[in-house]
Design a protein around this ligand. Structure first.
Ligand code: SF4
Length: 389
């Protein structure tokens, strides 16, 4: 393996693992706040976690920072600002780096009790320049059935306020919700388009293991209804000039999410926080790291300051084709063949047969140096990705 690290973009991820309440469909590393949320202690642990990465990342520049969760806006802007200040003071960060915070519509910021407009303004003041809002739906009935705490009206108010304060705002929307009709979903898309955020991420609700919905299965729409919703979505967003650049991501011109696109282009990222993952390239290897998931355990281990809060594993050479394709084939415009060797250190010729097989199955196309999934490949993405494992 011979990787040119200087050419691999680096992103920084910070995980905030708490939510007001656990949603019944959620399999993220998120935990309902019990009595108190140990915000101060957790921030202290995050800074120690980040500090332990300074040597490994020396000489590299961070292009984006992303606070994900959980519900990061459950923390005060003061805490988010403290973490950002530390990252900027101890790592090289691009001056125009994209800095995103995921947020859920709520009347106030839980930790500080501040009204939402004030806390959003404070987030901007501490250096956040992009907000990703977990709307999911604007329909009160559908929101109730997926256990969300906000109403459609609160979501509209929150998004309007966000758009007033930030020029770059993403809305997360879901479809295929319990008892949702095509008409319900159509109205959700219509409302989202009236708000005109710069970015939309639209996902189908799936039932994941170890969630409340896997034990108490809700009544989901039939497959043909979900298929109609999906087709409606693609057409309506296209008509409204949203460019679909990833299987679930749509943006207005110039507003693609750099951070997520870096994941999909098999770039590098360092993750700090409970359950955070990292993928880091070195000249001779690619390493994956996973932090302990339980917040208490994570904090306890980080405070030992010996690196035992995360597990590290080098990717095997035979795992690289699958790992690479799992990400890049999500991109609608695909990738240039040279990206394979620059991101994995392996020769493209070694996977040529598999690429040809996928082409024979009409799941992808090869045009000059460019490889991209076909519409069939996007609709059967798992089948396409599996070819490379
Ligand atoms: S708000 Fe988001 S992260 Fe939190 S439980 Fe619900 S879906 Fe999961």
């Amino acid at each position: 393996m011979d990787l040119e690290i200087a050419h691999i973009p680096l992103s920084f991820y910070v995980h905030i693992p708490w939510c007001e309440k656990k949603c019944p469909y959620c399999d993220f590393n998120s935990h309902a706040i019990k009595d108190v949320m140990p915000e101060e202690k957790y921030v202290e642990a995050l800074l120690i976690d980040a500090q332990m990465e300074i040597n490994a990342l020396r000489g590299r520049t961070i292009s984006s920072i992303f606070f994900g969760g959980g519900t990061p806006n459950i923390f005060s802007a003061l805490s988010i600002g403290k973490i950002l200040t530390f990252i900027k003071a101890n790592f090289s960060v691009l001056p125009n780096a994209e800095v995103t915070v995921e947020a859920n519509p709520s009347r106030y910021c839980i930790s500080s009790g501040k009204q939402i407009e004030e806390s959003l303004l404070e987030l901007r003041q501490v250096g956040v320049n992009r907000l990703s809002v977990g709307v999911q739906s604007f329909n009160d009935n559908n929101l109730l059935k997926i256990g969300r705490l906000h109403t459609g009206g609160q979501a509209v108010d929150f998004v309007n306020m966000s758009l007033h304060i930030f020029s770059n705002v993403n809305l997360d929307i879901m479809y295929g919700l319990p008892d949702q009709s095509i008409g319900d979903f159509h109205l959700d898309i219509e409302k989202a388009l009236i708000l005109k955020p710069s970015h939309l991420s639209v996902y189908q609700l799936t039932i994941e293991e170890n969630t409340e919905f896997s034990s108490f299965r809700p009544n989901l729409p039939k497959d043909e209804v979900i298929w109609s919703m999906y087709q409606k979505l693609i057409q309506e967003l296209k008509d409204a000039d949203y460019h679909r650049y990833e299987i679930s991501a749509f943006s207005l011109k110039g507003s693609e999410c750099f951070h997520n696109k870096n994941y999909w282009l098999f770039g590098d990222y360092i993750g700090i926080g409970a359950g955070a993952h990292s993928k880091l390239s070195f000249e001779d290897r690619i390493e994956r790291q996973n932090c302990f998931r339980q917040p208490d355990k994570y904090m306890e281990m980080v405070l030992k300051r010996n690196g035992s809060h995360k597990l590290r594993k080098n990717l095997k050479v035979e795992e690289l084709p699958g790992e690479f394709m799992l990400n890049v084939l999500r991109l609608i415009d695909g990738f240039d063949v040279s990206l394979y060797s620059s991101r994995t250190g392996q020769k493209f010729q070694e996977i040529r047969k598999l690429v040809n097989l996928a082409e024979e199955k009409k799941l992808l196309t090869i045009f000059g140096n460019k490889i991209k999934p076909t519409m069939l490949g996007l609709n059967f993405l798992t089948d396409l990705q599996e070819i490379f494992f």
